[in-house]
Write a new protein. Structure first.
Length: 369
């Protein structure tokens, strides 16, 4: 694991992958004896990080990391390693994070291992869809660490082509976040602020406690998400679903939506009624051929797992995005077949299962006419 790509002090603990001298001459491998016979070898100095031909400072040289060079005329030379900007000294509000850092607006722009962040408005070296246009409210400025997708904490794409993304090291704020009301006891919008005590699903299954992994294993662990209200086994909406839901204590039903009374009967009631047929799809619930034309609303896999939304990168990062497959109708978390697989499928919300085929039958041939 190559950690800091920058050096602290004289760089004795530098373990980056720079492998050329300040003049651009490639370094000789520490384990080789040509063109120079080294005094410092991996056998003699097993803890000095003398891997490959990376610049190191095994002898605590005041001038910093160096290497033997591949030029027979130059035995050794120093390397050009940038100083680490010390990222731990931030104390100002805004340079620390509350909750999971979704509201972090600070200016840290290096990852926890010291890699520089890629700008959000760039598509190199990594292509992605986290742009200001798609996420106008997420403050995706410059190359600052952000948390636009409900990850554990702020992160960024890195400028290293071999490392797509990494978390950033943002300290937690010492002050508690201001409590905005007590959370709602009824359903408004998608119910992300619902903090009531309903703990039963719409079909009558009892909810599983959030801090248990039985009967269903999952990633919504209360300690990791301190501001999502994951208490007891109450229905919640931590992931921006259509409405509050929970894992159930029925081992054959992984999760289900809950029925939460709307806050405002008049407009909310009507909107709520329109959203009911989420699990009772309106269109055909079978597929023809390989299902590339399937446009139904099933969002459950064959083993009963809930599908991850196509425009989400949590819990699984992927490249099957609506941008890249504009004709595949990758809406919400509905089962689709954007890539010519055998039948419609989806990424799952189970961190341990990347994807599965969906719980769909093939249409019989009579209906095909």
């Amino acid at each position: 694991v190559y950690l800091l790509q920058c050096k602290r002090g004289i760089g004795k603990d530098y373990r980056g992958t720079e492998a050329k001298t300040q003049r651009g001459i490639p370094c000789q491998k520490w384990a080789e004896k040509i063109p120079h016979k080294p005094n410092y070898t991996p056998e003699k100095h097993p803890n000095a990080g003398l891997e490959e031909n990376y610049c190191r400072n095994p002898d605590a040289d005041e001038s910093g990391p160096w290497c033997y060079t591949t030029d027979p005329a130059t035995r050794f030379d120093y390397c050009n390693i940038p100083e680490c900007e010390d990222q731990v000294m931030y104390t100002g509000e805004g340079e620390c994070m509350q909750c999971n850092g979704e509201d972090y607006h600070g200016e840290v722009s290096r990852t926890e291992s010291g890699l520089e962040c890629q700008r959000w408005d760039a598509q190199e070296p990594h292509m992605h869809r986290f742009t200001q246009k798609h996420y106008p409210e997420k403050d995706l400025k410059m190359n600052y660490c952000r948390n636009p997708d409900g990850e554990l904490r702020p992160w960024c794409f890195t400028t290293n082509p071999n490392k797509r993304w990494e978390y950033c090291n943002i300290p937690r704020c010492s002050t508690r976040p201001p409590v905005s009301g007590l959370g709602s006891q009824c359903l408004s919008g998608k119910g992300e602020d619902y903090r009531g005590r309903i703990a039963i699903t719409k079909s009558g299954n009892v909810c599983q406690h959030w801090n248990t992994q039985f009967p269903h294993k999952h990633g919504w662990i209360p300690d990791r998400y301190p501001c999502k209200g994951l208490e007891e086994n109450y229905c919640r909406n931590p992931d921006g679903e259509k409405k509050p839901w929970c894992y159930t204590t029925n081992s054959s039903v992984r999760w289900e939506y809950c029925t939460i009374p709307p806050c405002d009967r008049t407009e909310q009631g009507i909107a709520g009624m329109n959203n009911v047929p989420v699990q009772v799809p309106l269109r055909e619930e079978c597929y023809r051929g390989k299902g590339q034309s399937y446009r139904g609303t099933t969002s459950v896999t064959a083993s009963g797992k809930k599908c991850q939304a196509w425009n989400s990168m949590f819990p699984h990062r992927h490249i099957k995005t609506p941008d890249r497959f504009p004709d595949a109708d990758l809406r919400d978390n509905y089962c689709r077949n954007p890539d010519g697989d055998n039948s419609p499928w989806c990424f799952t919300t189970d961190p341990n299962t990347l994807w599965e085929y969906c719980n769909l039958k093939r249409c019989d041939d009579h209906t095909q006419e």
